[in-house]
Design a protein around this ligand. Structure first.
Ligand code: GRF
Length: 210
């Protein structure tokens, strides 16, 4: 059974969706860089062990990442899931977990990498928006996309409503993509290629809620 660690910084609604999904992998531990993150309560309520590793206590990014790396090794983790983890990871850490670490980002990547995606979508006047599950590579929000949830932007939408509507989709596509990894439907090969049901994954699997 695949052993999963979830890295969080905040509310952890995606962690909750992963817990509720009864994955065929096991969520072994949750790491937070913020002691006050509500995600830690969610983990404890579900009997999942937690580790608080505060980035502020380390002299630099590499030192902080190294402590996380050691914790992941101690838990014997196969798959790292970033779920609202608000730290940029060092290249060394990312390389150590390449092909074994995924993230969810609130935009239709490759559009709107980085922060404030909902407002940027509104500013541009896009009619479609959504979220993307992707493998993590050293370049921010640029790894192979696995799954996307798509919504139509309505005339009355603001950044708050888009945040909420995208969140609903996140809670569907993240557990689904993770389950595909756990049960072998998605495979990351040594050469970096990603297979979906044994075939090269050309573009992310799309979930539409327009
Ligand atoms: C989500 O919007 C996700 O796309 C982004 O961080 C947020 C985490 O929310 N990466 P939550 O903590 O899972 O509720």
């Amino acid at each position: 059974m695949i052993k999963i660690a979830v890295l969080v910084s905040g509310s952890g609604s995606n962690l909750q969706a992963l817990i509720d999904a009864n994955l065929s992998g096991k969520i072994v531990g949750v790491i937070s860089n913020k002691p006050e993150a509500y995600a830690l309560e969610r983990a404890k309520k579900n009997g999942i062990q937690t580790a608080i590793i505060e980035h502020k206590q380390y002299p630099n990014r590499e030192a902080f990442d190294d402590v996380m790396h050691q914790q992941l090794l101690a838990w014997n983790i196969d798959l790292v899931i970033l779920a609202g983890f608000m730290r940029i990871l060092s290249a060394k850490f990312v390389q150590s977990w390449e092909g074994k670490m995924v993230n969810i980002h609130p935009s239709l990547l490759p559009y709107y990498k980085g922060m404030h995606t909902h407002q940027r979508v509104l500013n541009t006047g896009d009619t479609l928006h959504g979220c993307t599950v992707h493998y993590v590579t050293a370049e921010l929000d640029a790894g192979q996309a696995l799954a996307q949830g798509v919504i139509q932007v309505n005339l009355h939408d603001d950044a708050h409503s888009l945040t909420q509507r995208v969140h609903v989709l996140e809670h569907i596509i993240y557990p689904q993509a993770v389950e595909w990894i756990c049960n072998g439907t998605i495979q990351h090969l040594e050469n970096g290629n990603v297979l979906y049901k044994g075939q090269h994954l050309e573009k992310p699997i799309q979930f539409c809620n327009v």
